[in-house]
Design a protein around this ligand. Structure first.
Ligand code: ADP
Ligand code: MG
Length: 677
């Protein structure tokens, strides 16, 4: 059977069914073959009722009677009395009333559930049910695949369709290079898919999964390595190192660089000296001082006559960068320009002209930097701040503004777990700022029930009394930004007129006009406001070292990485800082909140986040949701390391990817998904 045959052509698939498949992205026979079981019901471990031991258990038994009753609103309990030659037992299901109609009296079934002691008797809780007759007919199929349910498709139909593809699956050709299969001792393509859809033992499933997971990662790592190779073939700019300029820059800083900053700056400089364009990720936890590394490099580029562009995700951030870098670079005659949406009219025209002529050495801005009208002059160095905030297309657009591929420094404070760095971001060289500037104290972080908030406010007030400033981040009410604005406005009004009537309280949210936002931020940065009541717009990058307290309302509604980012707005000086995570209710705090209370290590928290939410959620659905890893886990560093070696061997062997059609197609797709430029 042709693998690209539309599912509609299969017996039993009408227009409606086809539509249901399409909704989850299944179009062809091939898609269906690769729709792998989510889990398996294992009926191989059956025992007689009299021999049952507490734990997971399977029995084959006759149904004597069934009964469903409602114990309280929203809770319905169905029980069945099961009998075999040895004894009797009750099976109990919660909120599955259909069980009563599904189970025919006197019929035999296989039940797999938890055998446990509950309400003074032993029972079988929430067992899965399979008709014993059917099972006994299909000898050897006592491990039953469970597919992720698809709306509009009955499980029986799914099983029937997959069964009808059995001959096709048996005939499937190999998709990985023979040498890889051999050297890694992997199961063949058709064997592994047969094993996953029609398993005969757990052992077989495990070996098949290993093969499929290996293949998924192989496609991913090969793609990133090919991206890396492609990058080295591009012609870039050679930016020579200027020792004096470097020394002057460092001497002019109001602080000594950390060792980590020195190392990163040095790595950038070495990349600059090569004609191969730099493709480097600078990872550094919030407050680790990434900006100055970028400034150092921009200074070098300017010295050699190249323009730099720094793109940041928000106006506030862009203008802060402009301000910081102006102070650092102006003494050396390096001209810094700020281009955002709020630069308008004549000022904009003039700025664009100065950028085009090369008068501006360092152009800092938001998405405005990639507009058609912006023409650069020998753009040699591009910095993307908070890189995960931008899409592939936006980064690409900026890089394409140069006659040759510029050197790229992508910066992020959302640390990328090692496993992801190797796979999804494998094409990048990575510099890590794993050290905070000297003298920083850990931020005291506390989870707070929504009661007893006076105490919190008292602490805020006492910090302000000492000359410090505070953030109050509120309230993520729902997905609707309108409502967020309403709630932050209400909170601002309340605090200002009651508890903090004697303090200067400012308001910041995304709906304010850019100029207003700017003005409020400026007041806060200048110490003209004691408290800033804000939505998460302050999350990214904003730097006010004198702010030492943060209260985050409804903290449970935020993601782990986001909380870490928010908290990073305090703890930016040598003063002791505090962060209070106020919960929406007095329920038990989530694992997420407990982790953030315990740890300030962004790398550790990113790993935890990856475990809790999966990579798609963290790094943007659009990019990574499409990676479609069904079996492999990006947390499986052992397998990743193994695949990495196999990919290297494959590339070194000179074997041509083109001859592996399926592999080549998937790799090409991955290349587009993961590339940074
Ligand atoms: P991030 O990595 O979060 O972008 P920033 O670049 O905004 O961090 O730097 C945070 C703060 O730390 C800034 O006020 C900056 O001036 C300061 N800073 C950077 N490097 C050092 C250093 N080596 N010693 C002391 N302070 C530093
Ligand atoms: Mg930053």
């Amino acid at each position: 059977m042709n693998l690209s045959l539309p599912l509609r052509e299969l017996g039993g698939v009408g227009e409606k069914i086809d539509e249901s498949f399409r909704r989850v992205g299944l179009r062809t026979v091939k898609d269906l073959i690769h729709y792998l079981p989510r889990t398996y019901d294992d009926y191989t471990q059956q025992s007689a009722i009299a021999d049952l031991r507490p734990g997971k258990a399977t029995v084959i038994a006759r149904v004597e009677s069934t009964e469903t009753r409602t114990v309280r609103r929203g809770m319905r309990i169905t029980t069945a009395t099961l009998v075999d030659d040895t004894s009797k037992i009750k099976a109990v299901w919660f909120n599955q009333p259909y069980r009563a109609t599904q189970l025919k009296k006197e019929e035999r079934y296989m039940f797999t559930g938890t055998f446990e002691f509950s309400y003074n008797r032993y029972q079988l809780t929430n067992p899965a049910v399979e008709q014993a007759k059917v099972l006994e007919q299909q000898a050897g199929e006592k491990i039953v695949p469970v597919y992720r349910s698809i709306k509009g498709i009955k499980p029986q139909l799914m099983k029937k369709l997959i069964a009808s593809l059995r001959p096709t699956i048996t005939m499937l050709g190999e998709t990985l290079p023979a040498k890889v299969i051999e050297s890694q001792g992997l199961m063949s393509n058709s064997q592994s898919l047969m094993a996953l859809h029609f398993p005969s033992s757990q052992q077989e499933i495990a070996v098949a999964k290993e093969r499929v997971g290996f293949e998924e990662l192989f496609q991913l790592l090969l793609a990133s390595q090919l991206n890396k190779q492609a990058n080295t073939r591009l012609a870039g700019w050679k930016i020579p190192f200027d020792v004096t300029a470097a020394k002057n820059f460092v001497d002019g800083l109001p602080f000594a660089l950390t060792d980590a900053q020195r190392r990163a700056a040095w790595q950038v400089i070495q990349d600059f000296e090569s004609e191969i364009p730099m493709n480097r990720l600078l990872q550094g936890d919030v407050g680790s001082g990434k900006t100055v590394v970028a400034g150092f490099a921009a200074r070098q580029a300017a010295q050699a006559g190249y323009q730099s562009a720094l793109m940041a995700p928000t106006e506030i951030l862009a203008s802060q960068h402009a301000e910081t870098l102006r102070v650092l670079l102006a003494p050396f005659g390096v001209d810094v320009g700020l281009l955002t949406g709020s630069v308008k009219g004549k000022a904009r025209t003039a700025l664009l002209a100065r950028i085009e002529s090369g008068e501006v050495d360092v152009v800092i801005g938001t998405h405005a930097l990639i507009q058609n009208k912006v023409v650069y002059h020998k753009l040699g160095f591009v910095v993307i701040d908070e890189q995960h905030r931008f899409g592939v297309a936006q980064r690409q657009a900026l890089l394409e503004k140069s006659a040759r591929m510029p050197h790229l420094l992508a910066m992020t404070a959302t640390p990328i777990p090692r496993s992801l760095a190797l796979t999804v971001y494998g094409e990048l060289d990575v510099s890590v700022l794993d050290e905070l500037p000297a003298g920083r104290k850990p931020i005291e972080t506390k989870i707070w029930a929504p009661t007893n908030t006076e105490k919190l406010y008292a602490q805020v007030d006492s910090e302000i009394g000492k000359g410090r400033q505070a953030y109050i981040i509120c309230s993520l009410i729902d997905e609707d930004p309108e409502n967020d604005v309403k709630s932050v406005e209400a909170e601002h009004k309340k605090l200002k007129s009651t508890i903090f009537h004697h303090r200067r309280v400012g308001l910041l949210h995304g709906k304010l006009a850019p100029a207003e936002k700017e003005a409020v931020m400026q007041l806060f940065a200048d110490g003209e406001l004691d408290i800033l009541v804000s939505t998460t717009v302050v999350e990214v990058g904003v730097n006010v070292p004198n702010a030492t307290v943060m209260i985050i309302e409804n903290a449970d509604r935020f993601g782990l990485s986001q909380l870490h980012q928010l908290r990073g707005r305090v703890g930016r000086s040598s003063h002791q800082s505090y962060c209070f995570l106020v919960m929406s209710d007095s329920a038990k705090p989530s694992a997420r909140l407990r982790e953030i209370e315990k740890s300030q290590d962004g790398f550790y928290l990113a790993e935890v986040d990856l475990q809790l939410r999966g990579p798609g959620e963290i790094y943007g659905r659009s990019q990574h949701g499409a990676l479609n890893l069904q079996v492999a886990s990006l947390g499986d560093t052992k397998l990743i390391a193994r695949v990495q070696i196999a990919v290297r061997e494959f590339l070194a062997s000179g074997d041509d990817l083109v001859q592996y059609k399926q592999l080549a197609a998937q790799v090409e797709k991955n290349q587009r998904l993961t590339t940074l430029n």
